[in-house]
Design a protein around this ligand. Structure first.
Ligand SMILES: [Zn+2]
Length: 215
């Protein structure tokens, strides 16, 4: 059972992948870890990927896919894996499918944790920092007693550029534009399962488990 997990920034994908991995025994594979591990072990592919990774460049798709296939063939992945962070483009998705097909394999399910944009915006853009003591607050999850003032030192609270609604909205738009073709692609293949990610962590986890086990 090989599963791809999609979710916008703020959708709780990382948390959910960890819970799902623990409950199912599937191995959680993020591309970052995949690269770092191959480079650390100095595998043939790791050596090829190293200059790109170290230089902050995109690792070519053929290398990433080769590393993924190698990883999926390792014994701890016998029950399957949760792919997190790859594919990101339609080209990558079709190349991955072709490579898997050559080994007689296929992605079984693609799970999309869907959260309304307003909810994501609220989760991601509510952070405020204290100018004086660097305490961190969140409008919703950890509000200061007095708006705009630090509980600890009464310092002024401000938002970093990354936490401002307009920045977050742009990030979410980029994600949606990038992901939409992938979602359509996997939906057309009958592999897409959409999960309501607006619920509590426990409820979303339940939904994910049902999606994976209901095969
Ligand atoms: Zn403070």
């Amino acid at each position: 059972m090989d599963v791809i997990l999609f979710g916008a920034p703020g959708a709780g994908k990382g948390t959910q992948a960890a819970i799902l991995a623990e409950k199912t025994g599937l191995v959680h594979i993020t591309t970052g870890e995949l690269f770092r591990e191959a480079i650390r072990q100095e595998t043939e592919l790791g050596k090829q990927a190293k200059p790109y990774y170290d230089g902050g460049q995109l690792v070519p798709d053929r290398l990433t896919i080769a590393m993924l296939l190698e990883r999926l063939s390792q014994s701890d992945c016998a029950r399957g894996a949760i792919l997190d962070g790859f594919p990101r483009t339609l080209e990558q998705a079709t190349a991955l499918d072709e490579a898997l097909a050559q080994e007689g394999k296929a992605i079984d399910k693609v799970i999309y944790i869907q959260v309304p944009e307003n909810e994501l915006l609220g989760r991601l853009s509510g952070r405020w920092n204290c100018r004086q003591c660097s305490s961190v607050y969140h409008e919703r999850f950890q509000p200061p007693r007095q708006a705009g003032r630090c509980d600890q030192c009464s310092g002024e609270l401000y938002q970093r550029d990354d936490d401002k609604p307009e920045t977050v909205r742009r990030r979410l738009e980029v994600y949606a534009q990038q992901t939409a073709p992938l979602i359509d692609y996997y939906r057309a293949k009958g592999k897409l399962v959409e999960i309501d990610g607006g619920k509590s962590v426990e409820e979303v986890a339940k939904g994910l488990l049902a999606a994976v086990e209901g095969s």
